[in-house]
Design a protein around this ligand. Structure first.
Ligand code: SF4
Length: 340
């Protein structure tokens, strides 16, 4: 399938007084239309920073970005702010974690959706308002003709997130990036929002990047999963295989540290240590100081050489960045039935 989003050797760095923060280091992945990719990893793994780079949201005065990001064939790295303004909203949109702080409290919900629509279409206020009402209806806001004139504080948390989704999709973008869009919501509303995003993706045929740390959400919404650690991809593949038989010790550690939701609770297996400072990422495999399998690899290779992200099984869609070979390279988990 032709990718709609194609990232090649992306590096995002922030020069600071204490040194250079290497937030993303050589990230590559591709996403076709109609697929949902979940990006998972601990805080500081580069999930959000890489996705903000896709939207051209980093300030070029304080950020160094190299590599390539192509969205629908357009190169985003180095694109002028004027062209980025035309690109954002029309080709790609982003939904953020907290709709309360993403919506302007002084403007009605309708005004904010209309502004987004009129930034890309030369239409009257009346036409734009009709489009805002149509989108509010599409995302399940009851009585949209009345709600369109209300302010964000008059909406519940779940309704505000629905309004954000309406705003993100008002121009029919082919790429939607959702950065932890359900984290601030309670569990019932979270399920509704996930269903809504999945429905809209089917209807609009868009490509969706879904950033989350919640593997229950991943199991529910993703086709494919990209696992990030210390600014780079360590595993990439179809969701069932990643959750069922991961190939990377870090993915296995993430899965093993999830508590059981039913049955007799067993001991948790947290990943020892913490993620590295991005000012001083360890040599070799960045995960090696925390990896309990590094001694199975000969000659201290894990601390010296960064493994390539390559297919390590017969399945070319399953990529892993780990030196383990033989039967050791595949882990078994019972996570799928244990997820909420
Ligand atoms: Fe562990 Fe070595 Fe694999 Fe890194 S390369 S995950 S340290 S076994």
């Amino acid at each position: 399938m032709t990718p709609y989003l194609e990232i090649t050797d992306l590096q995002v760095e922030f020069p600071t007084q204490d040194g250079t923060v290497r937030a993303v280091q050589g990230l590559s992945y591709a996403l076709p239309l109609g697929r949902t990719l979940a990006i998972v990893g601990e805080s500081g793994s580069g999930k959000s920073v890489s996705s903000m780079a896709v939207m051209g949201l980093h300030d070029p005065r304080s950020t160094r970005i190299t590599g390539s990001i192509k969205v629908g064939g357009k190169e985003i790295v180095g694109m002028s702010e004027r062209n980025l303004m035309a690109f954002r909203g029309a080709d790609a949109s982003m939904i953020f974690q907290d709709p309360q702080s993403s919506l302007h409290p002084y403007f009605t919900i309708g005004d904010q959706i209309m502004e987004s629509y009129r930034a890309h279409h030369r239409v009257s206020r009346k036409t734009a308002k009709a489009r805002a009402i149509e989108m509010l209806d599409r995302v399940g806001i009851p009585n949209p003709g009345r709600r369109v004139d209300q302010y964000p504080h008059e909406f519940s948390g779940g309704m505000r997130q629905r309004a954000m989704i309406a705003m993100a999709l008002v121009n029919d973008p082919k790429l939607l990036i959702a950065d932890e869009p359900t984290t601030a919501l309670d569990v019932t509303v979270q399920a509704q929002i996930l269903d809504l995003i999945a429905d809209l993706q089917r209807d609009f045929g868009s490509a969706v990047v879904f950033i989350t740390h919640d593997l229950g959400v991943v199991a529910e919404i993703a086709d494919d999963v990209l696992v990030m650690y210390a600014g780079n991809a360590v595993e990439h593949g179809p969701v069932k295989q990643i959750l069922g038989t991961p190939l990377h010790p870090y993915t296995w550690g993430l899965l093993e540290s999830i508590p059981a939701v039913s049955g007799t609770p067993g001991p948790l297996h947290p990943i020892p240590g913490s993620p590295p400072s991005l000012l001083a990422v360890p040599n070799g495999c960045a995960f090696h100081p925390r990896c309990e399998f590094r001694d199975r690899v000969a000659d201290g290779l894990c601390g010296e050489k960064l493994p390539d992200l390559v297919a390590r099984t017969a399945d070319p869609d399953r990529l892993s960045r780990c030196h383990l070979t033989g039967p050791d390279r595949i882990f078994e988990t019972d996570i799928l039935p244990r997820l909420p």
